[in-house]
Structures are given as C-alpha cells and as structure tokens.
Design a protein around this ligand. Structure first.
Ligand SMILES: C[S@@+](CC[C@H](N)C(=O)[O-])C[C@H]1O[C@@H](n2cnc3c(N)ncnc32)[C@H](O)[C@@H]1O
Length: 209
C-alpha cells in the first residue's frame, strides 16, 4: 500500500544520490527522446526537467502521494501540458486500455522495474505499445553478480521492501532485460553501494530480429 510518508519524504532522502550520481544520467537518457513517451512510475517527477519541450509524455504512478508531488514539478515547466499524469500502475487492467499498441516512441523506466509486481509482463506490454525501433530507457538498481554481495541483498530484501513500498533490492532487472526480446543499444554498470544499471534498448524493427 502506498504510504504518505514515503511520497512526502522521497525527494529529501534521494537528494544527495540524485545530485551526485543520478541527475546527469537522467539527463543523458532523457534529453534526446522525441515523440510520444510513457514514463512508468513517475514518482515525484524528477525526470520532467530533462525532457525536450516538444514531446508528449504520459506519466503513470499508482501512489496517490507521489502524483501530487509530480504535479507540483510539472507546474514549474514552461510547457506543463506536454505531460499528462494518471494515478494508475503497470499491471492495472485500466492500463491495457490507456495505451494504444504501436503508439509509443519511448518507454522510460527509472528506479521502477524494481518495484512493479510483474516486470516480465510489463516488458511484454512495453513491446506491444512501442513502435518498431522505439526506445526503452532504463536506470535501475540491480542484484549484484557477485555471489556474496547478491546474497547480502537477498538477506536485506525483506526489510528493504517494507521500508520502500515493495522495492526489491535483489531483482535482476538486467537479466530480465537480456531475455526480453529488446535489442541492446548501450549499457553501463555503476555502483552506489549497490549495483546500478543504465541502459538503452530498442524494439526490433521486425519480429525476426
Ligand atoms: C523508487 S520510486 C521511483 C520514482 C521515479 N521513477 C524516479 O526515478 O525517481 C518507484 C515508483 O514506482 C511506483 N510504482 C509502484 N508500483 C508501480 C506500478 N505497478 N506501476 C507503476 N509505478 C509503480 C511507486 O509509486 C513509486 O513512485
């Protein structure tokens, strides 16, 4: 269940990480995107400042405490109308009707594939909604490939997921993506105490690719 405290304190707790490690990566991933974009789990709207003014973003988030924060950040933009927000999540039946197949130029997932309940199904839907050649943009923490570090993430996960509203500290999102049928364009791994993964994928132009 989304909690008021998580939504209201998220930016405060993320401030240092954002400034020092994540902001520049968000900018690099997002500033070149064009066309129609789905941002999954917008949270407090930290990505909004990085989008080009001429794109059209549909932002979703199931937390009623995150959406008002995102609305505040949207209001600060020069063209706030380019971002439409919906208080729903990936996997909700309404989502199926909201996005027309083959209509998206990009899907943006930052720090969210760790939280959504069925990431495999979400990736299948992203592929259905994206146009051929459409982008899947990723910035996620992942499970370590090192045996002991990965085991430690497994051990801490039950506590972590309680504090962070279901975020899975030990999800191998990089492995999920590898077998998702998207084509890898670029990837970078980095560490901020736990391993992180920044990547750009593409929906293949044809089914055979
Ligand atoms: C750790 S926050 C990340 C927020 C933002 N994407 C960022 O980069 O800072 C995870 C977000 O995922 C949202 N979330 C949880 N379940 C979701 C779902 N099924 N579909 C979409 N978003 C979801 C949460 O409400 C929360 O806002």
């Amino acid at each position: 269940m989304p909690h008021r405290i998580f939504g209201n304190t998220y930016d405060f707790f993320m401030y240092f990480l954002e400034r020092r490690f994540l902001r520049a990566r968000r900018k690099r991933l997002l500033s070149g995107l064009t066309g129609k974009i789905l941002e999954v789990g917008v949270g407090t709207g930290v990505n909004f400042e990085h989008y080009n003014p001429d794109i059209e973003v549909t932002g979703i988030d199931p937390s009623p405490y995150m959406i008002p924060q995102a609305e505040k950040k949207r209001a600060l933009l020069l063209l706030p109308n380019r971002i439409t927000l919906f208080n729903i999540g990936c996997g909700y039946p309404e989502m199926e009707k909201k996005i027309v197949p083959l209509s998206l130029d990009a899907v943006v997932c930052t720090l969210v594939l760790c939280t959504i309940p069925n990431p495999e199904k979400a990736l299948v839907n992203f592929k259905k909604w994206l146009k051929p050649g459409g982008r899947l943009v990723i910035l996620e923490h992942i499970r370590s490939h090192r045996k002991i570090a990965g085991k430690l993430q497994d051990i801490f996960n039950p506590v972590w997921e309680k504090v962070t509203e279901g975020c899975q500290l030990n999800r191998s999102t990089d492995q999920l993506l590898m077998f998702s049928g998207f084509r890898l364009l670029r990837e970078e791994r980095f560490n901020i105490g736990i391993p992180f993964y920044e990547a750009e994928y593409e929906k293949p132009q044809s089914k055979d690719e």
